[in-house]
Design a protein around this ligand. Structure first.
Ligand SMILES: [Zn+2]
Length: 229
């Protein structure tokens, strides 16, 4: 069960342990962004907050973002995450609808723009709440540790995706990530990129930790952290 916190008249965040997901309501439709780690009733929670039809869009297919998937008829997710992510193993029968880079989802006076940012997973997307100038960044830009170990992570594409978000930084003022602080300023994309470059250049020390049975390198910078091979 998540803690439900209202952000403004038609936006909510759901704090579900160490992960967060969102409900955005427009004049005609609503969107749930992700569905948590321990919240199989996420759709029911959304339907108590709005009488508009609610569609599910996922920032990516990792297990901590998908617990409520079965409560929806379909999940809108980038095709690159149709395989290789936990959502497919746990919810093989839920219809997957492709989302594409640059696609606009219109909620009614509230357009959302989808931005493909591969790296953390191949199908990761950020979601821009265009008029409100808020970027929902998933796991890719945040204050916590970003998971960059395991077969599905792509370090080079991750850096290119951060550049892509920097190139469009005049389109947003704030970032709402899935982990860590619930709101961070737009210059955080640059901070994550700087931290990532220093980690990859060997300029940041690490400690070995055990994570889900794997021994991984844990890097911590003043901006964010990374878990690596
Ligand atoms: Zn996550």
């Amino acid at each position: 069960m998540a803690d439900i916190i209202q952000i403004d008249a038609d936006t909510w965040r759901f704090e579900d342990g160490f992960v967060r997901f969102f409900l955005l309501v427009g004049k005609e439709k609503a969107v749930m962004i992700d569905s948590g780690i321990n919240c199989p009733n996420a759709a029911d929670l959304a339907n108590k907050l709005t009488d508009k039809p609610v569609m599910l869009i996922n920032t990516h297919g990792d297990g901590d973002h998908t617990s409520g998937t079965a409560g929806f008829d379909e999940i809108h997710i980038h095709p690159a995450d149709h395989t290789g992510c936990e959502v497919n193993v746990r919810f093989p029968d839920v219809k997957k609808v492709d989302i594409t880079d640059g696609e606009i989802i219109e909620l009614g006076d509230r357009p959302l723009k989808l931005i493909h940012i591969p790296g953390h997973t191949a199908g990761s997307v950020a979601i821009l709440d265009v008029n409100r100038r808020v970027l929902y960044s998933g796991d890719s830009v945040q204050t916590g540790h970003i998971y960059m170990f395991g077969a599905k992570r792509e370090p080079d594409r991750f850096e290119a995706s951060l550049d892509k978000l920097i190139d469009m930084e005049d389109e947003y003022d704030n970032i709402y990530p899935s982990h860590g602080d619930h709101q961070i300023p737009k210059d955080y994309v640059r901070k994550v990129k700087d931290a990532w470059k220093r980690v990859r250049n060997g300029e940041v020390s690490f400690e070995m930790i055990d994570l889900f049975g794997s021994s991984v390198k844990s890097y911590t910078t003043e901006s964010c952290g990374f878990y690596m091979e």
